[in-house]
Design a binder for this molecule. Structure first.
Ligand code: SAM
Length: 288
């Protein structure tokens, strides 16, 4: 397995194809089932994340062993099963609910919200609002037919404004990505898909910002602000931290829609200890 590039190369414009038709309908969506308890789900997810991070930075001779260890957990499919079944238990509901509630409050919805759900697994997060949200779901390893198999960094960039999205959803995806630079690149990459002034919805496990050695709420806010987003709404639940970000300076977007560097103020985010203590986790986002 090769190391993913730290920063995504500029993408060639391709035609964007939104899934339509009956396969996109809620009644055709199949979601993985599991019988494990919420505690078991949480344990497997934590183990999977820890291994994912180790794999991203391991030397080639170490990788095979770590990948084998991850396979022994059941691999990605098992991890996703935990996310689609146990996740709702852990989170107190699907991640789309909070996003839709906030959008309804802040935006006069005269038309359906065009939303790109990245890391959608089974593509069910917005299924409860078919009249309100038109979701395009993508995942590296989809678990339903209507979810497009694609890496976010390879997903075709909209060719014109009509194909842009109102919202890009990154729910529990940044923490899934093992490469710390790629996490920052993912936040920047979202600009390419947004209409001017569009939104990015970020969900992370609360511990990523509340108990990390390298991340705090303030630091995350500084990162997204330096990348050209305003924090429109932020709320923590018992286990999650949710952020609705809005692309700042729509003029920059109109002037050079695909030159995402226009949004970045040039601040470099390195690994810097922000909280001391032995019981901290190492969640971190680096950029560029
Ligand atoms: C924890 S799951 C998130 C599921 C769901 N969004 C939620 O909130 O419960 C993370 C998913 O992100 C997907 N993912 C990670 N990196 C990705 C990328 N670069 N492009 C597309 N999907 C990605 C993984 O395949 C995995 O299914």
């Amino acid at each position: 397995m090769t190391e993913p590039p730290a920063v995504a190369a500029p993408r060639r414009r391709q035609r964007l194809v939104r899934p339509r038709g009956k396969r996109g309908g809620a009644k055709h969506r199949k979601v993985a089932k599991s019988t494990a308890s919420a505690t078991e789900h949480a344990k497997i997810i934590a183990q999977y994340h820890a291994l994912e991070k180790q794999i991203a930075r391991a030397p080639p001779n170490e990788r095979a062993r770590l990948i084998a260890e991850q396979r022994a957990l059941g691999g990605l499919a098992a991890y996703q099963d935990q996310s689609t079944t146990g996740g709702a238990v852990l989170r107190g509901g699907e991640s789309g609910k909070w996003c839709v509630k906030v959008l309804k409050e802040i935006w006069p919805l005269s038309r359906k919200i065009q939303l790109l759900d990245v890391g959608a697994i089974a593509g069910t997060a917005y299924a409860a609002w078919p009249g309100l949200v038109q979701a395009t779901s993508i995942d590296l390893h989809p678990r339903a037919e209507h979810v497009i198999a694609s890496d976010f960094f390879d997903f075709p960039v909209p060719m014109d404004d009509a194909q842009t999205y109102d919202v890009v959803g990154l729910s529990l995806v940044l923490n899934f990505v093992g490469d710390l630079h790629r996490r920052g690149a993912m936040l920047m990459h979202a600009h390419q898909y947004l209409r001017a002034g569009g939104y990015v919805y970020v969900v992370l496990p609360l511990a990523c910002v509340s108990n990390s050695r390298y991340m705090t709420h303030e630091h995350f806010r500084a990162i997204v602000q330096s990348m050209g987003y305003d924090v429109v709404r932020q709320e923590d639940s018992l286990r999650l931290t949710r952020w609705l970000l809005q692309q700042r300076d729509p003029k920059a977007s109109e002037a050079g829609h695909h030159d995402i560097s226009l949004f970045w103020d040039g601040t470099i985010f390195k690994k810097r200890e922000l909280r001391a203590g032995a019981q901290r986790n190492n969640f971190c986002i680096l950029y560029p």
